[in-house]
Design a binder for this molecule. Structure first.
Ligand code: NAG
Ligand code: NAG
Ligand code: NAG
Ligand code: NAG
Ligand code: NAG
Ligand code: NAG
Ligand code: NAG
Ligand code: NAG
Ligand code: NAG
Ligand code: NAG
Length: 426
């Protein structure tokens, strides 16, 4: 079906099942949809002002609150709607921690590197979109950036900790961050070097490189990418596999080949930032290298996480768990990360934009039908069943919001850079 027919078909359904009214070709309609979904998300999971965490089933989904705030920061920047700004500030203040490193005392013991990274994505977005700073002490000044720019200070503090941990973790596998940074953490987190963690460190380094133009960050991004592909987390065709063990001499010699959408997304957006850092296609060889990597990852993501059935061309899905209806709360949120970082990557890599936006539009059309539950735009899990599938939760609502937001990427402010005036304020 061509685009117009598809939109018309959805329009017919809208008024029968009160799906989100979405015309992907009309920015006002998209803005309306994200506004509705942000409201549903915020009300349904109403965050606590004192802990800055969203109301969720279990406290160990702390990282998902980070994902939720990141979505609302993007929402604010894309729409100019300031409804959530004070909530965002309260939440980031409550979770910055005494050392401004997104390791608050409340999470001590179970917080892992990837959890910390998911909160750092919030401070990075706040930095890139020129959010008003959190207050911080002069002692937090780092890298010649005053704490007037607290978003940078916090993001860099996390980066510096990852650097320290990387060296400490390099006894095995010649590099790579472990999933957990707390050796006492039970389970396999201390003996698993995984993609959400190393892709997170990579993305953090690459975004700081683009923001500052400081080669130290870029060198780390190169190092993390090279290690990830050397060990096989990034495969020869740019598929990204979940992780690898460093327990008892395993030394990262075998790979858990599960593919989850947030893993490839983490690396993809880092690669797009390295393209921007390298001159955005000004002819530099590193620019060409990173542009190719972004395209190859888009191709791998398209092959793996889109078009589950012939009736669902271009619709995003979480291939491991969705068809079997086994997605847990975490996994139901991953499509949100893929939508977010594909769109942000397309914004940085113009040659990728058309193909990516096609995939995001078809996915958002499916999500609009899915986000029609319970009479109040509650989102289901599957975006290809022509309606609400009755399986909902925090992750579903974040993913629905993110895929709608991804269609607004062209309304996003230009990303700020250190020492330039391109920041915006809200
Ligand atoms: C949506 O409706 C369901 C069922 O009535 C309810 O549990 C939920 O709180 C509602 N959400 C919002 C945001 O009103
Ligand atoms: C948000 O405000 C900026 C600056 O005034 C403007 O350029 C942009 O178009 C606005 N975005 C939306 C979606 O209204
Ligand atoms: C640090 O800040 C000072 C004062 O603004 C400036 O003169 C200097 O060039 C900055 N150094 C770097 C490395 O950016
Ligand atoms: C470094 O690794 C050791 C075990 O190899 C661990 O006990 C220690 O806590 C780690 N230190 C840091 C700073 O990560
Ligand atoms: C451990 O793995 C790393 C990374 O693949 C490799 O460079 C190193 O040679 C391996 N060491 C041993 C003892 O096998
Ligand atoms: C670049 O960043 C590194 C890491 O934060 C820092 O140590 C160094 O001083 C920075 N260099 C400049 C020129 O700002
Ligand atoms: C491209 O841009 C990068 C980053 O600004 C710069 O270092 C490089 O010299 C430029 N290359 C060319 C060929 O203009
Ligand atoms: C995704 O795959 C479909 C089917 O092979 C293809 O038509 C489309 O062009 C691909 N999109 C991108 C961005 O690679
Ligand atoms: C598309 O096909 C799948 C698999 O047969 C099915 O589960 C789904 O409901 C279909 N979607 C629509 C909109 O009919
Ligand atoms: C940034 O803004 C200040 C104050 O408006 C101005 O003096 C300065 O020239 C601007 N710098 C750049 C690089 O545009």
């Amino acid at each position: 079906m061509n685009l117009l027919l598809r939109v018309a078909a959805i329009a017919t359904v809208i008024y029968q099942v009160s799906a989100i009214a979405l015309d992907v070709g009309d920015q006002n309609s998209v803005k309306q949809a994200v506004t509705t979904l942000a409201q549903t998300f915020y009300e349904y999971h109403n965050p606590s002002a004192t802990t800055g965490q969203f109301d969720q089933p279990e406290p160990w989904f702390w990282w998902l609150s980070g994902a939720g705030w990141t979505a609302l920061i993007d929402y604010t920047a894309y729409t100019n709607d300031t409804t959530y700004v004070s909530g965002i500030h309260a939440a980031l203040s409550a979770n910055a921690g005494a050392d401004n490193d997104l390791a608050p005392a409340s999470q001590a013991g179970w917080e892992a590197n990837d959890d910390q990274a998911y909160w750092a994505y919030a401070t990075l977005s706040a930095l890139e979109y020129g959010f008003p700073p959190l207050t911080c002490e002069p002692a937090d000044e780092v890298a010649n950036v005053s704490c007037a720019n607290s978003w940078f200070a916090i993001s860099d503090n996390v980066f510096q900790q990852f650097v320290t941990r990387w060296y400490n973790n390099s006894i095995t596998c010649n590099g790579g961050l472990k999933w957990q940074y707390n050796p006492e953490e039970t389970g396999n987190g201390w003996t698993y070097k995984n993609s959400v963690t190393n892709g997170g460190f990579f993305q953090l380094a690459a975004r700081l490189a683009r923001f500052t133009d400081n080669s130290t960050y870029a060198e780390w991004a190169d190092k993390i990418w090279d290690w990830s592909s050397g060990v096989g987390l990034i495969g020869p065709n740019y598929h990204v596999f979940d992780g690898t063990s460093d327990a008892d001499g395993a030394n990262c010699s075998s790979i858990n080949r599960d593919q989850w959408s947030y893993n490839i997304a983490s690396y993809m957006h880092g690669a797009a930032n390295m393209f921007a850092y390298s001159g955005s296609g000004n002819g530099s060889s590193s620019g060409t290298l990173w542009e190719g990597r972004v395209h190859n990852m888009i191709t791998a993501a398209n092959q793996t996480f889109f078009s589950p059935y012939s009736n669902a061309t271009g619709v995003m899905y979480e291939q491991i768990c969705e068809p079997r209806e086994l997605c847990n709360t975490d996994q139901a949120s991953f499509k949100g990360s893929l939508a977010r970082w594909m769109s942000k990557s397309a914004a940085l890599v113009p040659s990728a934009k058309e193909g990516v936006m096609d995939l995001l539009r078809s996915s958002a059309e499916g999500a609009a039908q899915s986000c029609s539950g319970l009479g109040n735009s509650t989102c289901g899990t599957k975006w290809y069943v022509g309606g609400y599938d009755g399986v909902t939760g925090f992750g579903q609502q974040v993913s629905g919001l993110e895929v709608m937001l991804s269609l607004m990427i062209n309304d996003a402010p230009k990303l700020a850079k250190l020492n330039s005036n391109s920041t915006v304020s809200h």
